[in-house]
Design a protein around this ligand. Sequence first.
Ligand code: ADP
Length: 561
Amino acid sequence: FPFGRRLPCDIYWHGVSFHDNNIFSGQVNKFPGMMETVRKITLSRAMRTMQDLFPLEYNFYPRSWILPEELPLFVAEVRVMKDSDPSWKPTFIVKPDGGCQGDGIYLIKDPSDIRLTGSIQSRPAVVQEYICKPLLVDKLKFDIRLYVLLKSLEPLEIYIAKDGLSRFCTEPYQEPTLKNLHQVFMHLTNYSLNIHSENFIHSDSVNTGSKRTFSSILCRLSSRGADVKKLWSDIISLVIKTIIALTPELKVYYQSDIPSGKPGPTCFQILGFDILLMKNLKPMLLEVNANPSMRIEHEQELSPGVFENVPSPVDEEVKVAVIRDTLRLVDPQKKKRKDAQCFVTRTAVTRWHGWHEYHEQAAPVEGGVEGDELWSLPSPPSVILCRRCPRLEHTAESSESLLDALPAERPEPDAPRSPEAGLPSLCLKQVFPKYAKQFSYLRLVDRVAALFIRFLGVKGTTKLGPTGFRTFIRNCKLSNSNFSMAAVDILYIDITRRWNSMGIDHKESGMCLQAFVEAFFCLAQKKYKSLPLHEQVLSLIEFCECHLAALDEKRLLWGWG
Ligand code: ADP
């Protein structure tokens, strides 16, 4: 809209990020703050928090340190690990924050090899354990780009595309040695790098060449006897757990850009997950991309220096389906049709089974959206009347295992005369809330973020002031003779100063969410000394929520609003 928009739209499709504060309705294809949340440093921090709470569940992200601030920690930890196991000969990968397409990445064998030039100060980075034993196909290292649709943040709705891309290196892989550390075509799978290799193979077939479909790799693995079902199940877990790690930060941005009083818009976003398979088929997360390339062409050099864009069937097969199905899922017309269908279904069931009888016995699904038909029926018939609210689907299907979420998918039961009848079955598979039950215990930081947001006070902010922090302590009854309000102030100042000195965001002063999470963990450890960390945190969350609920009730009684 080069000359501005006149009419509101149903769907807004931004190129890069959420940036338009003049939208009050419809759906936008970006979440506020997503770019910031998935940057290498922020992602590593969020994963570290989850690894501290749930080390086993989050072992799919390589151990990472943030440079320059954690350089001494990195050096010290590596020394301790080497001392305890002299046979450990690690390799590390240094990745500049905010970099992409392999830009500025290098491998090292020892912490002392970090290039401590001026750039590390001006350009922070993540240093990460290098996965030395990746799965090879045709002797080549490759990674997987999977497309994930975050359809809604509250309630959380996640879809995964049934197919993705596999991007291949162009030199046969060897485990890292001092001699081959610099060979990017051997160690880095980025398409943008390997395309410049003379070994790069453009192929019109989806199962040969330097870029293939993920399904073609799965076929190959399956024919070699690999447990492909288990692999899919692990990938789904990885995606859900990663998004669970990101949602607290996203919610802080969301309430700042789209406060709860504002009518809209709602957001959705296609994310690119970069995953590496280890030799033993364990998927490891490399990074999350907020702006995955949706190009369906590639550049071909016709003669030296002369390039032409030619169609890329592999990209087309995967990406067109992702965009088409994202639009199908967020289609505002579909919602209207579903509402109408829901009315018809209810009428029919009422007529056939005696709706009122069931209605009497049915229980509302916890946490459902007000105004929706949130009634699950006791058997018979054990069906859900209205599939509009995803939480209902969860109650209906949560007993299914993750293994059901496989590429071989049953077609969506669309109404015969639906405009979608002529389209292929959906390539996007819902995994959350479908499997919510198995993962909900991990959503602790979400609850900490809810406390943080409650005390933020002024609309539009993302940082907590000292008064907000004091109010949080007072309302949750956390101060006592052992923990005075003066100590509260010192805790606030110490943690906030340290986080602000890391220089992430100077726009606002105050305590950011990660700093609040650190303070919260500190309080939890103080109060519940002997428990493991996740139980300490859970106990403190419950303690706070309980006091706040009592306070809300009191306010309601006294009409304080
Ligand atoms: P960029 O955003 O610059 O592409 P990535 O984190 O995706 O950065 O890393 C680039 C490439 O480096 C990946 O595609 C992968 O091939 C390789 N890589 C990244 N991290 C690791 C790791 N921890 N172990 C092994 N290879 C890695």
